[in-house]
Design a protein around this ligand. Structure first.
Ligand code: B16
Ligand code: MG
Length: 218
């Protein structure tokens, strides 16, 4: 059997934190007079904190001095950290645990590939830190999704080739990163938004153990 590696995004795939990123960005954008909708937020999913603020400023035709830019980044992160302060296993998305457990019981190596600099903290809060053989997050990469760096590093940590790596992602940028890496991309969310993925499921409840079994053995 060929050795496979399974790479999970964090926000929007394992935990329901995408809504907190949205609330924190909306508050920040509106504080500087830039309107911010859920459609705008869709374009920030999987995008790094710095790049997200650059995009918001571009949408509002605003430029900021470096120190003000850094200050706003800190404000956004503090608001976000407040939202997730009381986070626990209830924030895990449906059937995530079943999928992780099935893969672990099948002896499959699993990795985290997230743009978030808060990923390790969140994994600890939901008691999943020890489940991952490799963790690559926003502190470990220089190039943000859709650049494939985060997933290539995760695959290398698992000692699997990109061709034998399978990525679970909720963002378009993340699906593109997986495709750019030459990996199998599995979208979790809206098929309209994630149409570039090899497979799309609304959420993990729609993904059967038979499907996972096939991924392992194909
Ligand atoms: P932080 P993921 C991404 O995480 C989020 O989707 C994105 O909305 C966020 O801006 C980015 O992490 C950076 O997060 O501010 O916590 O460093 O989906 O790649 O797990
Ligand atoms: Mg995500």
């Amino acid at each position: 059997m060929i050795r496979k590696g399974f790479i999970f995004d964090l926000d929007g795939v394992i935990v329901d934190t995408a809504k907190y990123h949205y609330l924190a960005w909306k508050k920040l954008a509106e504080s500087i007079g830039i309107s911010f909708t859920e459609e705008d937020n869709e374009q920030l999913k999987g995008v790094s904190r710095v790049r997200s603020l650059e995009k918001i400023l571009a949408w509002g035709n605003k430029e900021l001095q470096e120190d003000k830019f850094m200050e706003l980044l800190a404000v956004k992160n503090n608001d976000y950290l407040e939202y997730i302060a009381s986070m626990d296993e209830n924030e895990l998305l449906p059937d995530v645990k079943r999928v992780l457990q099935f893969l672990l019981d099948s002896g499959q190596p699993i990795a985290l590939g997230s743009a978030s600099k808060n990923a390790r903290k969140i994994l600890k809060e939901v008691h999943l830190y020890a489940a991952f053989h490799t963790i690559v997050d926003g502190n470990d990469v220089t190039n943000a999704k859709p650049d494939p760096e985060v997933f290539l590093r995760a695959a290398s940590g698992l000692e699997v080739t990109p061709l034998n790596s399978i990525v679970f992602e909720d963002s378009l940028a993340g699906i593109q990163a997986a495709n750019n890496a030459g990996m199998t991309s599995i979208g979790i969310g809206n098929p309209e938004i994630l149409k570039e993925a090899d497979y799309v499921f609304q959420d993990f409840t729609e993904m059967s153990n038979e499907f996972l079994h096939q991924l392992i053995h194909q």
